[in-house]
Design a protein around this ligand. Structure first.
Ligand code: ZN
Length: 490
């Protein structure tokens, strides 16, 4: 089947047929987290959106190199060039090494992503591991005349750049409007112009993360790492750059300016942005008291949550909207997703239990083409889900004995669900009552332990040895301790 995947390119503001630069291969870069706190719902959306793209491109047969960076230096509190480094601040408050903070939250981020069934990217480069490359990149921008040195820091000259190229093309802003909305830094600034952004910042004496450079002992600006690491791993020009809509300005706008300044041309062919998640209609943020971490969702341990929501419910909830539309979280909305997911997984399980009839008594619509058409239309996951529910109606009818399905039709349906629900949407379907099964199994082993204890008390060594030896054969580790018998699962 021939596919033309259309994706919405933020830069051209149109849906464009996706044609990779190199046949059969795709390079994609997605802005990853700044690891100074637990991942929240806002982190789940870009991770899942680009996981779907990663999965679908691979399904279509492309060899995909997916780079998702880890920001571990240079992301300052006020997102611009002011304030303390977010990671350094956390390290200072908790009396940790900055890299301890990074590792701690990165481990937790990976655990959350794994729970959401988000596949790991091909490369996960750290900004702090690419200081030399970033210094070299800055030199290219200085050599091209688009950066200047001031008091040991290096700034990008936005006005000069705007005169030669156009600054603001991605976000659709123009420099005059930006001047009007940017507060003037009362002459205190080292910058020539308030719109200029830091490529390299001289470290203040109390700043704990710094490296030597030709300009000062300091650290790179936040926007620089993505330009540097994107081109290092994907080439001077690469296919896709993604991230949340909140990164479009200034982060991605600055990336474009840096690439054009350093390389003479843009690096990215398709810019993709997922929309934001609001909570009861409000932006998410610490100051709104609605900042809920993924961990809190999974445990139901935030005052705004009326219950716990499993990682798959969160994933399904996000996929029920196309990635460019807004999503509003509420307990009602998540409970509805929980119900819908349950219905979907029931359909999937029932499909596995159907016995084929000689002939089908219904004609199956071409669900497969419908699902592909939905994915090809800018990853329209809600349409894929709707198609699977349509197919589910027939599966439920077959399970209830109202219609019959031939072996070939059952295979088609199985393939449809395995491809779209499991592989592309990445929904994990646990065996029904998996938790109950574990509890029953553990209970049965405990029962054997009790029988062995009684046998020992009655000096029935034959029975007690039989239980111990047979469990050992099965790989169980059984130990007699002061507190009784301990056993471990094989
Ligand atoms: Zn970035």
């Amino acid at each position: 089947m021939e596919h033309t995947l259309y994706i919405y390119n933020t830069l051209s503001r149109t849906k464009q047929p996706f044609r990779p630069l190199h046949e059969g291969r795709v390079g994609m870069y997605v802005c990853g987290p700044t690891v100074y706190g637990d991942a929240h719902l806002g982190h789940a959306r870009p991770a899942i959106t680009f996981d779907i793209l990663f999965r679908y491109l691979q399904h279509l047969g492309y060899k995909v190199r997916y780079v998702r960076n880890i920001t571990d230096v240079g992301h300052l509190e006020h997102d611009a060039d002011e304030g303390e480094d977010k990671i350094a601040k956390k390290a200072r408050l908790e009396q940790l090494e900055p890299m301890e903070v990074v590792q701690h939250y990165l481990n937790r981020y990976h655990r959350d992503m794994e729970a959401l069934n988000v596949l790991p990217p091909s490369i996960e480069p750290h900004a702090s591991g690419h200081i030399i490359e970033q210094i070299e990149y800055i030199k290219r921008i200085i050599d091209a005349g688009y950066a200047y040195i001031s008091e040991g820091s290096v700034y990008f000259d936005v006005e000069k750049y705007n005169n030669d190229h156009k600054y603001g093309k991605l976000s659709g802003r123009n420099i005059e409007d930006l001047y009007n909305t940017t507060r003037n830094l009362d002459g205190q600034s080292e910058k020539r112009n308030p719109l200029d952004f830091a490529l390299w910042k001289k470290a203040a004496p109390e700043h704990i993360m710094h490296w030597p450079s030709p300009w000062s002992e300091g650290f790179p600006g936040w926007h620089l790492e993505c330009s540097t690491m994107g081109t290092k791993y994907l080439g001077d020009t690469f296919d896709i750059h993604g991230g949340g809509m909140d990164l479009m300005f200034p982060h991605h706008e600055c990336e474009i300016a840096q690439s054009v300044a350093a390389q003479g041309h843009e690096a990215v062919r398709y810019w993709m942005h997922n929309n934001m998640i609001t909570i009861n209609g409000k932006k998410m943020g610490k100051s709104y008291g609605n900042f809920i971490t993924l961990e809190e969702f999974f445990a139901g341990s935030h005052p705004k949550l009326e219950q716990a929501y499993s990682p798959m419910v969160i994933r399904f909830f996000i996929l029920q909207a196309q990635y460019r539309s807004t999503v509003d979280f509420s307990n009602d909305a998540l409970r509805a997703s929980e119900k819908a997911l349950e219905k979907m997984t029931d359909i999937y399980r029932r499909l596995g239990t159907l016995t084929p009839a000689k002939e089908s008594t219904v004609e199956l619509p071409d669900f497969e083409s419908q699902a592909y058409a939905a994915m090809d239309d800018d990853l329209n996951t809600p349409m894929v889900i709707a198609t699977l529910f349509e197919a589910g109606k027939i599966i439920n009818q077959a399970a209830d004995g109202a219609v019959a399905l031939s072996e070939a039709d059952l295979q088609r349906l199985q393939k449809l669900f395995d491809t779209f629900l499991i592989d592309i949407l990445g929904i994990r379907v646990e065996a029904k009552g998996a938790d109950k099964g574990t509890a029953a199994y553990e209970g049965a082993v405990d029962l054997l332990m009790d029988i062995r204890k009684n046998a020992k008390a009655a000096k029935d060594w034959t029975t007690s040895d039989l239980i111990r030896d047979r469990l050992a054969q099965l790989g169980f580790d059984v130990k007699d301790t002061k507190n009784g018998v301990e056993w471990k699962l094989p």
